[in-house]
Design a binder for this molecule. Sequence first.
Ligand code: IPM
Ligand code: MG
Length: 359
Amino acid sequence: MTKKLLILPGDGIGQEIVAEAVRVIDCLKADFGLNIETEQALVGGTAYDASGSPLPEQTLKLAREADAILLGAVGGYKWEELDISVRPEKGLLGLRSELDLFANLRPAILYPQLADASTLKPDVVSGLDIMIVRELTGGIYFGQPRGVRELEGGERQGYNTLVYRESEIRRIGKVAFDIAGKRDSRVCSVDKANVLECTELWREIVTEEARAYPDIELSHMYVDNAAMQLVRAPKQFDVMVTTNMFGDILSDCAAMLTGSIGMLPSASLDINSKGMYEPIHGSAPDIAGQNVANPLATILSVAMMLRYTLDEAELAGRIESAVSKVLDDGLRTRDIHSVGMREVSTSAMGDAVLAALRA
Ligand code: IPM
Ligand code: MG
């Protein structure tokens, strides 16, 4: 059956990097028999400019009908002054919550070819392969009540609410344990159980859930220590599972261990493995439109999509090998460039991946 893919380039470099990923998808359709129908729509600031909403009804409708979604990035200086309810980020958050994409998988893998792009010593990061499993539709990002209120005397107070139901903790715990079972069978659950009741419950439920996985080794870590351990000795981790906000922070930290956030894909899955795929990096408005952004994270997001939603692991492997090949050949976009390597543009990187795919 033909699967449906919705393409949402979004804002900033989202446009350029998604264009390269679309060329890869077109190549898979033309040369490798991938059976997929694609459609494009607006999200984020560009959607706001066109329609007054960062997540137009039509986009949400297409997203609901799609089997998978490929998203570039949202946000930019231009929209920073808007009310928070219509900022580009709301488009992304709305998709996550409307589609119940609760499981966010963020791998941090160090490509051996890029070992010297990391700011950490090579022996600390070589061979790094961490999977961060971030809860994506709950926690303080979505908890009610939220807002800014006026106190007696006129001073304003901002407030947000950190909430997790047992069922939300259980389902993300399961995802982490299942993934660990296909890797090194170790899960580190990250919380702040020494201070926050909500994450004390998190720890309790994750521990309970682990009983169904006798072969998985479960450990717990406070988030401050986890941040420190990530830069001190990151290879101690296999799978990390954590709340929405802690996962947001720790995944940027883990990404940078690999040298460039421009290399890392992500998947956001619902309970049936329908997914939205996007690079971890943002819209980088400072370099947008210059043809210098790194398209590899988006191209690797396509590989994740083939693996997790479309059941095309073989094609996913082909993309990953093609990316590895262009890195072997010394091609580097600016963000991962180092002495002796050839600096190439966004589109030249796309050309090289296509050539490697077809080779
Ligand atoms: C991310 C981003 C988003 C988040 C923003 C853009 C809303 O930082 O995907 O990590 O905070 O989740
Ligand atoms: Mg983030």
